[in-house]
Design a protein around this ligand. Structure first.
Ligand code: SAM
Ligand code: SF4
Length: 354
C-alpha cells in the first residue's frame, strides 16, 4: 500500500486500512501529535518502592509478556506512524533478560536517524554493569529514580534497594557519558526534608532533577496515599527558602514545569498531576509489557495490540494503533483525598510504565 502524508489518524467506524492510506503521523482528536511512546518491557522489579508496589506483589505470568521481538515490532509500527522518541521503562527495564538485544536494535534506529532518541527510566541498580553498553548501543540519556540520599530511608522507601549500589550506578552512568536526570517522588514526612540536599547534590554532580507528586495508581497494600501525598506547591515553597528558583523558558511537551536553580545552574522540574492538569500538550502514549496500549496514564481505556499483532493480519497492528489514537482522551482525573484515598486506576505504575 502506498504511504501518503495524512495529518489526522482516525478510522471511521467500519473502515479498515485497506480503505484509507497509512498516515505518516498520529494526531489525536484534540490536535495533539503523538510521536513519543513509553514502553514498559517488564512489570518485574528488584525493588518494592512503597508508593509503587505492595511488598508481596503478584507479577504477570511470563507467558503473558510480549517477547522482545514482539516489543520491537510494536516499536517499529509506531515509528512507521511517526514516533520519534521511545522510552523504555517498567518495572525495572534493565532486569528483563536479554534487554540489551532490544536496546541495541532500537539504538541502531537512532544512529541512522529513524528515531530522535531512545531513553530509559531505571532505578539504577544495573547501571554499574550496563552503562558503557548502553552508550555503545546509542542511548544518550537516562532518568534514574532516587528519592533520598539517606541510606536508611532509601531502604525504607525501596524496601529491597541498596543506596550504595545505585550511587555506584549513577557514577558509572556519568563516567560513561550518559546525561542523567534524577527522578524523586515527594513523600510526606519521609523524604520531604531531604529534597533540598538532593537538589544541591544533583547540582554538584551536573544532573538535572525532577520532583514528582505521588499518583494514585494501583493498590499498595498497607500504605495509604493520603499519608504519602505531598503537594509540590509546598515542596517548591520550602526549596525557595534555600535556593533561588527562576522559572525556566525550557518547554517540553511532557508534564514537568521547569525552574533553573540559580545556585547550581541546573534544571529542576516539578511534575504535578494532582495540582495541575498537564494534558494540553501531551504527545505520548504507553505500551505495557503485555501489549496493551494506554492512551492516557490516568485513564483505563486501552487497546489490545498483542492480539492485533498476533492475529490481526498484515495491517492489524497499524489499524489498532490508529483506531486507539482516535480515542485518546483529553486528560486524566487524579484525586487523592480522604474520601478517595485509593487508586484512581487499578493498574500499578510498574505495569503501565512511569
Ligand atoms: N523502575 C524504574 C524506575 O523506578 O525508575 C522505572 C519504572 S518506575 C514505575 C518509573 C517512575 O515512576 C519512577 O520514577 C517512580 O518513582 C515513579 N512512580 C512509581 N509509582 C509512582 C506513583 N504511584 N506516583 C508517582 N510516581 C511513581
Ligand atoms: Fe521498581 Fe521503579 Fe516501581 Fe520502584 S518505582 S518498585 S524501582 S518499578
Amino acid at each position: 500500500m502506498a504511504k501518503v502524508d495524512v495529518a489526522v489518524a482516525m478510522l471511521a467506524i467500519g473502515e479498515t486500512m485497506s480503505d484509507v492510506a497509512i498516515p505518516r503521523s498520529l494526531v489525536d482528536p484534540f490536535g495533539r501529535t503523538v510521536d513519543y511512546i513509553r514502553v514498559s518491557v517488564t512489570d518485574r522489579c528488584d525493588f518494592r518502592c512503597v508508593y509503587c508496589m505492595a511488598e508481596h506483589m503478584t507479577f504477570l505470568p511470563k507467558a503473558q509478556l510480549l517477547s522482545l521481538e514482539e516489543l520491537e515490532q510494536v516499536c517499529r509500527n509506531f515509528m512507521a506512524l511517526g514516533t520519534r522518541k521511545i522510552r523504555l521503562t517498567g518495572g525495572e527495564p534493565l532486569v528483563r533478560r536479554n534487554i540489551m538485544h532490544l536496546i541495541r536494535n532500537l539504538g541502531k534506529e537512532v544512529k541512522v536517524g529513524n528515531l530522535d532518541e531512545l531513553t530509559i527510566t531505571t532505578n539504577g541498580s544495573q547501571l554499574s554493569k550496563l552503562s558503557d553498553e548502553l552508550v555503545d548501543a546509542g542511548v544518550k540519556r537516562v532518568n534514574i529514580s532516587i528519592d533520598t540520599l539517606d541510606h536508611d530511608k532509601f531502604r525504607e522507601i525501596t524496601r529491597w534497594g541498596d543506596l550504595d549500589n545505585v550511587l555506584n550506578g549513577l557514577a558509572a552512568a556519568k563516567r560513561a557519558g550518559l546525561a542523567v536526570k534524577l527522578n524523586a517522588v515527594a513523600l510526606k514526612g519521609v523524604n520531604e526534608a531531604d529534597l533540598g540536599e538532593m537538589v544541591a547534590w544533583a547540582g554538584d554532580q551536573g544532573f538535572d532533577m525532577t520532583i514528582i507528586e505521588v499518583m494514585p495508581m494501583g493498590d499498595i497494600g498497607n500504605e495509604n496515599r493520603v499519608d504519602q501525598y505531598l503537594p509540590l506547591s509546598q515542596v517548591r515553597a520550602d526549596l525557595s527558602k534555600r535556593f533561588t528558583l527562576t522559572d525556566s523558558t525550557h518547554q517540553s511537551p511532557g508534564p514537568a514545569r521547569y525552574v533553573t536553580v540559580e545556585e547550581t545552574g541546573r534544571r529542576l522540574g516539578f511534575i504535578t498531576p494532582l495540582t495541575h492538569n498537564f494534558c494540553e500538550s501531551c504527545n505520548r502514549v504507553r505500551v505495557t509489557c503485555t501489549g496493551q496500549l494506554y492512551m492516557c496514564l490516568g485513564q483505563d481505556d486501552s487497546a489490545d495490540l498483542a492480539t492485533a499483532l498476533r492475529s490481526g493480519g498484515e495491517n492489524g497492528l497499524t489499524e489498532a494503533i490508529i483506531e486507539a489514537i482516535g480515542r485518546k482522551p483529553k486528560g486524566h482525573d487524579f484525586i487523592i483525598s480522604r474520601r478517595a484515598p485509593s487508586a484512581a486506576v487499578a493498574r500499578h505504575m510498574n505495569v503501565t510504565g512511569g
